[in-house]
Design a binder for this molecule. Structure first.
Ligand code: GRF
Length: 209
C-alpha cells in the first residue's frame, strides 16, 4: 500500500525534512513524500529532496504575489494528490485560502513549548535567544495542527528539553532540533495511520477532524 501522499513546505536547511525522508524510507511512516516546495531558491532542503529522489519545486515570491502564491502551492499539491502537508522550517505565513483547502491536514513543528515563545516574530534562533533571556530552566518542541493563527492550532505532541546554565543559542538549538526531528516523525506517523485508516473506510472515530 502506497500510504498517505505527503507534501512538505521548506525554507532552509531541511533537517526536519531529512528526518521525514529517512523515516519514510525505514517504514516508520505509512506515507510517501511526493513533493517538496521551497520559497527560497537556494534552500539546502531542495538538495535533500533531490538526493531522496523526491520532486521539488521553487515557487518564487517575486513571481507569485499575495494569495497567488498559495494558489500556486495548492495547484502543485493537487497535481501530486497531496493529502497531508508538513511545514518543516517553512517561514511564510499561510493564507486562509490554503488553510481552508487543507483543513486539519497541515502540521507544523515549532522549536518551543507552545504557548511559550511562539507567534509573530518567534522563529528559528530568535526562539532560543528569547528562552535564554527569560531564564526559563526548560524549553522544548511542539508539533501542532496549523489553523489561521500563528502557532495556535491544536497541539499534537510536545517534548521538554532542559535548559543548561552554560547553554548558548547554538547548543540549545542543536538539542531542541534533535527533539523536533523525533516528535515530528512520531506525530506524522500517527497522522498517516489515522488518515490511512480513514482512506480505507476504517473507523472514522480515529479521524483527526
Ligand atoms: C529550525 O529553527 C527549526 O527549529 C524550525 O525551522 C528551522 C529550520 O529547520 N522548525 P530545518 O533544519 O530547515 O528543518
Amino acid at each position: 500500500m502506497e500510504g498517505v501522499r505527503i507534501g512538505v513546505l521548506v525554507s532552509g536547511g531541511g533537517t526536519n525534512l531529512q528526518a521525514i525522508i529517512d523515516a519514510c524510507q525505514e517504514g516508520d511512516i505509512k506515507g510517501r513524500i511526493v513533493l517538496v516546495i521551497s520559497n527560497k531558491k537556494d534552500a539546502y532542503a531542495i538538495e535533500r529532496a533531490a538526493e531522496g529522489g523526491i520532486r521539488s519545486e521553487f515557487v518564487s515570491p517575486s513571481i507569485f504575489k499575495g494569495e497567488d502564491y498559495d494558489r500556486r502551492l495548492m495547484e502543485l499539491f493537487e497535481e501530486e494528490g497531496v493529502q497531508l502537508v508538513v511545514l518543516a522550517g517553512y517561514l511564510r505565513v499561510l493564507s486562509p485560502l490554503f488553510i481552508d483547502g487543507f483543513r486539519n491536514r497541515i502540521i507544523n513543528i515549532h522549536p518551543s513549548l507552545i504557548p511559550k515563545f511562539c507567534g509573530k516574530g518567534f522563529y528559528g534562533e530568535r526562539v532560543h535567544s528569547a528562552v535564554l533571556e527569560s531564564g526559563d530552566r526548560e524549553t522544548g518542541a511542539t508539533v501542532h495542527i496549523v489553523d489561521e493563527g500563528t502557532d495556535t492550532g491544536p497541539i499534537l505532541l510536545q517534548e521538554v528539553v532542559p535548559v543548561r546554565k552554560d547553554d548558548t543559542v547554538e547548543t540549545l538549538k542543536k538539542r531542541v532540533l534533535q527533539v523536533e526531528h523525533r516528535i515530528l516523525v512520531k506525530a506524522l506517523g500517527d497522522m498517516c495511520l489515522k488518515l490511512g485508516n480513514e482512506n480505507n473506510g476504517g473507523n472514522h472515530e480515529a479521524s483527526i477532524d
